[in-house]
Design a protein around this ligand. Sequence first.
Ligand code: MG
Length: 261
Amino acid sequence: MNKKLTLVALAAAFATTAFAQQPQAEKKPVRMTHEMSEYFEPIPTKVTPGDILTHTAPSDAIVLFDGKNLDAWKSGRPNVDGPAEWPVHDGVFTVDKKKGDIITKQSFTNYQLHIEWCIPENITGKDQARGNSGIYMQDKYEIQVLDSWDNPTYVNGQAGSVYKQYPPMVNPCRKPGEWNVYDIIYTAPVFKADGSYLYHPRVTVIFNGVVVQNNTMILGTTEWIGFPKVAAHGAGPIRLQSHGDPSEPISYRNIWIRELN
Ligand code: MG
């Protein structure tokens, strides 16, 4: 657990203990806010990525988007299991905030995922309302997508972060209008009979050819407010987030996955 989360957890534990020693009438619940799990320093160093080639899918990959249609996807919210209705054009597809999230029809366990994303050149907004999307592994754990070229925000919420848990080790984000590439190696959790982790989920993220998460131990589900939660689950789809900002649309292209089971 990083220092900030540890401090917040210790503070919460101390507060709970302190309250426990007070007369019953003085007990007050700790009110969680989203700011409690956001921190701003140290800021990941900016790294200029090299000129990597756009990857085409290897022969054993499941192609999730080849530039033509969203047949591998369906709606994840609000019209659950309805058709994925984000517009496909010019070999890419674009987030449509009116249509909500989309998820893969197929569920996955352990995998290597390749996905490319682009923030529009004329992006507006700031902070978390500037090109916000995200890639949820097994529908529970988000790798953040956000314009992080020149956009201060909490560091555990910038592009390449395990959202609200770990910032990227460095910041190789390209500027709006240019394509970014994630290669994500994900290892699913294993649960004990009581629903707690025997083995946490783990993730490696290579961002424009640069490692930004190195076999990172995911603490639990992605939560905007409060701490990660742990509850047993099996295989799950990949979810792409529509954050609902006026600054959308973000585009995606060239998505493929290799199962590692
Ligand atoms: Mg997001």
